[in-house]
Design a protein around this ligand. Structure first.
Ligand code: ADP
Ligand code: MG
Length: 257
C-alpha cells in the first residue's frame, strides 16, 4: 500500500483530473433540499433549495462563507441531520425513506466522517483509535488488526501506531482521524474543514493524501473547506451562498471565517 510520502505536495500536484460522466447513478444527489431551524419564534433557513449532483469517484470541495449552510448540508447528506423538505439520494436511493436502523447501519459501514477537531479518544493509541471503529462494526480480531495496520500505513503513521494523540502533532492526529474514517473501507467520505487546524504545508500533504485515496479506492469525497489550497486537488468546487449552491463562476471571492 502507498504511504503519504509518495504523495508529497508541489511536484505531483498536477495529477490528471478525472472526467466524470454525468449519466449513471450519482453518488450523492439532492433535490430542492431545505433545512429550517426553529429558534423560538425565529426561523433560520440554513438550506434553501439545494440541488446538487456529485458523481461516484469524485473529490468535491464545498466552499462558502461562514453561516452559508455548509455544515448543515454535510450533516444532512451524512444522515446526521434531517432536512425539513426535499430529497437526498445516495447511489440513487432516497435516504428519507430509510428506517433509523438502516440509516445507522449505512453510516457505520459505508460512510467515513472527518471533522476539524479530529475527535480522537485521548487515552487510546493511534492504533486503538482506528481499531475501535472496527470493534464497533463487529469485525473479528485478525481482520481488525490487518485493516487497522493497513489504514495507518496508508496515512504514513506506521511508526506512530502506539502513540497517543497528545504525543502527536496536529497533522499526525488528523492522519489518525483519516485512517479511522478509512478503516471500514467506506464508499463515501464526508469531511468538515479537515485541514482547518493545520498549517499550510501539512494541509497540502493531507489534501494530496485525500486525492490519492479517492483515486486509488474510487471513493466519493465531499469536503467542506475554507482552504484556498484545495482547488488544485479537487475535481470540482461547489460554492454555497445563503443556503443555495451558486455556480463557481458567479460566486463571490472566497472569504475566511
Ligand atoms: P457553515 O457551516 O457554512 O458555517 P452552518 O451550516 O453551520 O454554516 O449554519 C448555517 C446557518 O444555520 C447559520 O445561520 C447557523 O446559525 C444556522 N444553524 C446551524 N445549526 C443550527 C442549529 N442547530 N440551530 C439553529 N440554527 C442553526
Ligand atoms: Mg461549518
Amino acid at each position: 500500500m502507498s504511504s503519504i510520502s509518495e504523495f508529497a505536495p508541489a511536484e505531483n500536484v498536477e495529477a490528471p483530473r478525472v472526467k466524470h460522466a454525468s449519466s449513471g447513478v450519482a453518488a450523492i444527489e439532492t433535490i430542492d433540499l431545505w433545512r429550517i431551524y426553529h429558534l423560538g419564534s425565529l426561523e433560520v433557513a440554513a438550506l434553501q433549495g439545494v440541488n446538487l449532483r456529485i458523481e461516484q469517484g469524485s473529490f468535491v470541495a464545498l466552499k462558502g462563507r461562514s453561516g452559508s449552510g455548509k455544515t448543515t448540508l454535510l450533516n444532512c447528506v451524512g444522515g446526521l441531520d434531517q432536512p425539513s423538505r426535499g430529497q437526498i439520494r445516495i447511489m440513487g436511493e432516497e435516504i428519507g425513506g430509510w428506517s433509523e436502523r438502516k440509516l445507522t447501519e449505512w453510516r457505520r459501514m459505508q460512510v467515513g466522517f472527518i471533522f476539524q477537531s479530529f475527535g480522537l479518544m485521548p487515552s487510546l493509541s493511534a492504533y486503538e483509535n482506528v481499531e475501535l471503529i472496527l470493534r464497533i462494526s463487529g469485525v473479528k480480531g485478525k481482520e481488525r488488526h490487518r485493516r487497522s495496520v493497513d489504514a495507518l500505513d496508508l496515512v504514513g503513521l506506521t511508526p506512530w501506531m502506539d502513540h497517543r494523540p497528545f504525543e502527536m502533532s496536529g497533522g499526525q492526529q488528523q492522519r489518525v482521524a483519516i485512517a479511522r474514517s478509512l478503516v471500514n473501507e467506506p464508499k463515501l467520505i464526508l469531511a468538515d474543514e479537515p485541514t482547518g487546524e493545520l498549517d499550510s504545508n501539512t494541509a497540502q500533504e493531507i489534501l494530496g493524501l485525500f486525492r490519492s485515496i479517492v483515486r486509488e479506492r474510487n471513493m466519493t469525497f465531499l469536503m467542506v473547506t475554507h482552504d484556498s489550497l484545495v482547488d488544485e486537488f479537487v475535481d470540482e468546487v461547489l460554492i454555497l451562498r445563503d443556503g443555495q449552491v451558486v455556480s463557481t463562476l458567479d460566486a463571490q471571492p472566497e472569504q475566511t471565517e
